[in-house]
Design a protein around this ligand. Structure first.
Ligand SMILES: *Cc1c(COP(=O)(O)O)cnc(C)c1O
Length: 374
């Protein structure tokens, strides 16, 4: 079968594009016609669409998912002397953004079952940050691989200590927790529209979601060079972080098929889990949670041999992530909770992400499962 079928893609953006190519061409053409390339009408329209989809009161787009984290922290006045609690097993941007602002990323551990922040590790770290003379300022729960972190436990611990919650939803746009969509939880949520994310554009893009009117106003000013009420009125030091109108136009079209794509991703995940759970540690989705399935990630003890078998069969697989952040040379100077980050340090040698996208055929999946011995 595999010899004659098209090669399996890890993420198949071409299949998605062929589904809506005509709509995307029309949408881009409309931007070329009106010529408002920066903050054109599609940007406002897409922000309204994002609000409607997530149920968030405010959705503010920006240049990328890393900037989205930075914009929120700038609005909260995060800087030197502040501790920002970050899981050690995540994409680097979750720690890079606070470090760029001069704050101290304080690394805590994750749970092996969900890959997400361990509330107990975070709770432990708050006092330790104070003992080090830092101000515990915010926690960044990351919804890794598309599943929301344990937001209720984390928020309870955080708010009891006057720590804000900034959800890094770069991988979880479209997921939900107890019926609430990502974008409505925490004090603010960010996401990314990098091409390979569940909702991706054809370049860079990001957004901030919040229920807080004052925060939304502040972020709107900061993303536009600290603007006041007039364009050339600068009331604070801001940045330049906008979503291009063309990217907004593309995202409007992609969002229209996103619910259907989420359903397809869930079907792919269900087939994997059915075929593989007898032989592998498959992803565990918690009670009341849904995942956006940015990745389908196994925990594999004999990973080199499993990876070799997949490679031999022409099936791509990727290691997210080959190092925890406390193992990265650029992040050696930052504190780690005294109970350590053993799970975060162990996962890099065991995780393996399989092809995951809405257009993965049943035949391809059957082949992948067969090669994996399921
Ligand atoms: C992709 C990603 C980001 C950063 O998004 P960009 O749009 O690439 O800047 C931040 N956090 C996590 C967890 C991510 O996966």
């Amino acid at each position: 079968m595999s010899e004659y079928s098209a090669p399996v893609q890890f993420i198949d953006l071409k299949a998605q594009q062929s589904r809506i190519r005509a709509e995307i061409d029309t949408a881009i053409g409309a931007v070329l016609d009106h010529g408002q390339y920066i903050m054109g009408p599609e940007v406002k329209q897409f922000e309204r669409d994002l609000q409607a989809f997530t149920g968030a009161k405010h959705a503010l787009t920006c240049a990328n998912g890393t900037d989205a984290l930075t914009l929120v922290m700038m609005a909260w006045g995060v800087g030197p002397g502040d501790a920002v609690f970050v899981p050690s097993f995540t994409y680097v941007a979750s720690a890079e953004a606070p470090a760029q602002l001069g704050a101290t990323p304080f690394f805590v551990d994750v749970l092996e079952g969900s890959f997400n922040l361990d509330p107990a590790s975070f709770a432990w770290a708050i006092d330790e940050a104070r003992q080090k003379g830092l101000t515990p300022k915010l926690v960044i729960p990351v919804d890794l691989f598309g599943q929301p972190a344990d937001i209720d436990a984390i928020t309870q611990i955080a708010h009891a200590a006057s720590v804000k919650v900034l959800v890094d939803g770069a991988q979880s746009f479209g997921a939900s927790s107890q019926g609430r969509r990502v974008g409505t939880m925490g004090d603010a949520t960010t996401t990314s529209f990098f091409p390979a994310k569940p909702l991706g554009c054809y370049g860079d893009g990001g957004a901030v979601f919040t229920q807080d009117d004052a925060l939304a106003d502040l972020i709107n000013s900061i993303r536009l060079h600290g603007k006041g009420t007039e364009k050339y009125d600068n009331v604070r030091i801001g940045v330049n972080s906008r979503l291009d109108t063309i990217q907004a136009a593309i995202l409007i079209e992609k969002l229209k098929i996103f619910s259907d794509e989420l359903e397809l991703r869930n079907q792919v995940a269900a087939i994997y889990s059915e075929g593989l759970s007898a032989h592998y540690a498959t992803p565990q989705i918690g009670e009341g949670l849904t995942s956006a399935w940015a990745q389908y990630t196994l925990i594999v003890d004999d990973r080199p041999s499993v990876q070799a078998r997949l490679k031999e069969a022409g099936i791509p697989s990727v290691i997210y992530y080959p190092k925890s952040l406390t193992q990265q040379s650029g992040y050696q100077d930052f504190p780690i909770v005294s109970s350590g980050v053993p799970v975060s340090d162990d996962l890099p040698s065991k995780v393996l992400s399989l092809p995951m996208h809405p257009y993965l055929s049943k035949d391809s999946q059957a082949e992948i499962i067969r090669v994996l011995g399921g």
